[in-house]
Structure formats: structure tokens, C-alpha cells
Design a protein around this ligand. Structure first.
Ligand code: GAR
Length: 196
């Protein structure tokens, strides 16, 4: 049976769309559900495009009920991918998916992580500090923002004259190039281990 991914997103979802496209006809992995805390995120449109169900939930449902967990169980989800999802993951969800919630962060953690550090806020801080490089971190999710085990990092140079918007574009290009492949590698390595 295929590994089933659920993708959580809060924004437009360019990563979610890219991951759906990557795993479209994959032998071992499929995206089975898209979830969002925002009606106007990309979840519904991407779901319609790839014929994947989508589900929008409220803060109350997420933090005070098991409804999201029931939904994941209903779709037999093995792994949760956070692709621009901005809420802290509650303990009941972490407990259901030990080492199986994967997040992407648009900077080289541990720099520029933590509460409030997301999207353009990250790139603006990197720019303000005149960093000469930025990058991406793909990591397992834990109880604190941006603190779990790092699975993968890669960097990109920041040239003189780069604006926060240019940095954002460079970092997003890395995300699109590497996020699906890192998910695939992480899950397929596990498959191979299971077969031993
Ligand atoms: C991505 O750059 C992702 O790294 C970031 O949100 C963006 C979502 O873009 N996540 C965080 O900042 C988490 N702290 P997208 O909606 O186009 O995929």
C-alpha cells in the first residue's frame, strides 16, 4: 500500500501544489488530503486541480477537539507535511505521528526561527542583518516552533542589491526543488528499512 501524505497549508500553497505534482503518479507515495486553517488558502483550488479532498478547520477544532486527527485517520494518513502552515502543532497530533510530521522553514535554522518568524518576516530579518546567505531547512516537527531534528538544509548566496523579495524568490526556488525529494527520500528510506 502507498504511503499517504496530508499537506497542511495556510497560504497560497505553491509548495503544496508542487508536492502534489511531484507525487501524482508516484509508485509508493500519494498526497491523499489537503488541510488548512484558512478558507482563502490554496487548499481548495489545489484539491480541485489534483482531485484530492480538502478540509478547512477552525482554531477551536484544531486545539480543543480530535476532529483533525479523526480526519487524518479516516484518510489513512501516515505522514503530515507542513507546507507554509503557521500554527503550532498540538500535542495530540504530535503524539499520533511521531517522527512523521515534516516542516519546511525558509531560512537556515536555528537562525531566523521561532514564533512570528514566517514568510516575508524571515526574509526581511535576513536582509536587515546583511546576511550573505540564506536557505531552507526541512525538519521534523516538535512541540516548539522550528526546533525538531533537521533532515536537510541547503543555502543560496545573497548578492549585493538583493531585496527581501529577491531573497524570498531564491529561497522559494530551493523549496520547490528540494522539498518533495527530501520527503520522498525520508519515506522511502523507511520503506527499505521495513523490508529488511
Ligand atoms: C514557504 O516559504 C514556507 O517555507 C514558509 O511559508 C511559505 C509558504 O509558501 N513557511 C514558514 O515560514 C513556516 N515558518 P507557499 O504557500 O507558496 O508554499
Amino acid at each position: 500500500m502507498k504511503q499517504k501524505l496530508a499537506i497542511f497549508l495556510s497560504g497560497s500553497g505553491s509548495n503544496a501544489r508542487n508536492i502534489c505534482a511531484y507525487f501524482k503518479n508516484h509508485e509508493k507515495i500519494e498526497v491523499a488530503l489537503l488541510l488548512s486553517n484558512k478558507e482563502n488558502s490554496g487548499a481548495k483550488a489545489i484539491g480541485a486541480e489534483f482531485k484530492i479532498p480538502s478540509y478547512i478547520f477552525t482554531k477551536e477544532q484544531f486545539y480543543s477537539t480530535d476532529e483533525v486527527i479523526f480526519k487524518l485517520a479516516h484518510f489513512q494518513i501516515n505522514t503530515v507535511v507542513l507546507a507554509g502552515f503557521l500554527w503550532l502543532i498540538p500535542e495530540n497530533l504530535l503524539d499520533k505521528y511521531p517522527n512523521h510530521i515534516i516542516n519546511i522553514h525558509p531560512a537556515l535554522l536555528p537562525k531566523y526561527g521561532g514564533k512570528g518568524m514566517h514568510g516575508m518576516h524571515v526574509h526581511e530579518a535576513v536582509w536587515q542583518n546583511k546576511e550573505t546567505e540564506s536557505g531552507i531547512t526541512i525538519h521534523l516537527c516538535s512541540k516548539e516552533y522550528d526546533k525538531g531534528e533537521v533532515l536537510f538544509q541547503t543555502s543560496v548566496a545573497i548578492e549585493e542589491g538583493d531585496t527581501p523579495e529577491i531573497i524570498a524568490k531564491k529561497v522559494l526556488a530551493l523549496e520547490h526543488e528540494f522539498f518533495p525529494r527530501v520527503i520522498e527520500e525520508y519515506l522511502c528510506v523507511e520503506f527499505d528499512d521495513d523490508l529488511v
